[in-house]
Design a protein around this ligand. Structure first.
Ligand SMILES: NC(=O)C1=CN([C@@H]2O[C@H](COP(=O)(O)OP(=O)(O)OC[C@H]3O[C@@H](n4cnc5c(N)ncnc54)[C@H](O)[C@@H]3O)[C@@H](O)[C@H]2O)C=CC1
Ligand SMILES: O=C(O)[C@@H]1CCC=N1
Length: 276
């Protein structure tokens, strides 16, 4: 089995480690690097996975999963760039950053696969989208799809769709959590105890999500099924429309897309001026 190193064990890096362990990966086949010593110790205690430094991870692992913030990428690449050779597979989870930027920093021919996952990976319910760079073969993509398939669902997409995916499913859980948070507040306003409001809203979210995934119908049909003539729901839906909630959600996703494009812009310009 391949050894996988997670470079940067923050929120998404930890979700991946935890998800892979839950899916049956052995702690002996996993490594991670983390710049904060205390966090590294906590994670080793929690998961039994060994922490190391980035150069050691780059030498020892077969698959290097890059999960630092896009803003922190340069120092990490300075540290490991020359150690990464074509016998390794690099998997980047970084929002916005193109595979070409990584390829330029490693030994020529190194395969890079770009992935946009999301935090439900923590509970084996990630949505991940995968795109191969110049040197990624079918077997590299299969390996990455196998790894991410053990912690959720996976789709393969052209790399030029990654910014849209980042905005929709990468950031998407935040929008669902935000809606849940607002609905719990509404329950509090109506006088329900917080714990009761939370249980009502969370189970409604889980039930609705299960219907969306397992039901045959379109979301519009499912919403119509809840919306009785002269009933309660239509009174609520009218308020959502009055406040422009649909347009606000579309604008939110479009803004997240623009930010993803912006995060990668500097690196795309460098690639263009290299003539790559
Ligand atoms: N949080 C999310 O929902 C998602 C995040 N991503 C992407 O994953 C990446 C990580 O995001 P988060 O986990 O949210 O950030 P985070 O800030 O929680 O985690 C990054 C971790 O990397 C560590 N780190 C930074 N530089 C390092 C270095 N040189 N060596 C070792 N460790 C280093 C930091 O100490 C931190 O713990 C980002 O590029 C983000 O775009 C992708 C999909 C979803
Ligand atoms: O907010 C962010 O930049 C990251 C990327 C997708 C989700 N979280």
């Amino acid at each position: 089995m391949s050894t996988i190193a997670v470079l940067g064990a923050g929120k998404i890096g930890e979700s991946l480690l935890s998800g892979l362990l839950n899916a049956g990966y052995s702690p002996e086949n996993l490594l991670f690097t983390e710049r904060y010593q205390q966090r590294a110790e906590e994670l080793t205690k929690r998961y039994g996975v060994r922490a190391t430094d980035p150069p050691t991870a780059a030498r020892q692992a077969d698959v290097l999963v890059v999960s630092v913030k896009p803003q922190d990428i340069e120092p990490l690449l300075d540290e490991v760039g020359e150690l990464v050779t074509p016998d390794k597979l690099v998997v980047t989870l970084c929002a916005g950053l193109p595979t070409s930027m990584f390829e330029r920093r490693f030994t020529s021919g190194t395969p890079v696969v770009r992935v946009m996952p999301n935090t439900p990976m923590l509970v084996g319910e990630a949505m991940s989208a995968v795109s191969g760079g110049t040197h990624a073969t079918e077997s590299h993509l299969d390996l990455v799809e196998g790894m991410l398939g053990s912690v959720g669902r996976v789709v393969r997409i052209p790399e030029d769709q990654q910014d849209a995916v980042t905005a929709l499913s990468g950031s998407g859980p935040a929008y669902f959590f935000y809606l849940v948070e607002a609905m719990i507040d509404a329950g509090i306003l109506l006088g329900l105890p917080r714990s009761v409001a939370a249980e009502l809203v969370v189970q409604s979210a889980v039930g609705s999500a299960t219907m969306l995934r397992e039901g045959e119908g379109h979301p519009v049909i499912m919403r119509e099924g809840v919306t009785s003539p002269a009933g309660t729901t239509i009174s609520g839906v009218r308020e959502l429309e009055k406040h422009g909630v649909r347009a606000a959600l579309i604008d939110a996703v479009e803004a997240a897309h623009s930010r993803s494009v912006e995060l990668g812009a500097k690196h795309r310009q460098e690639t263009d001026s290299d003539g790559a």
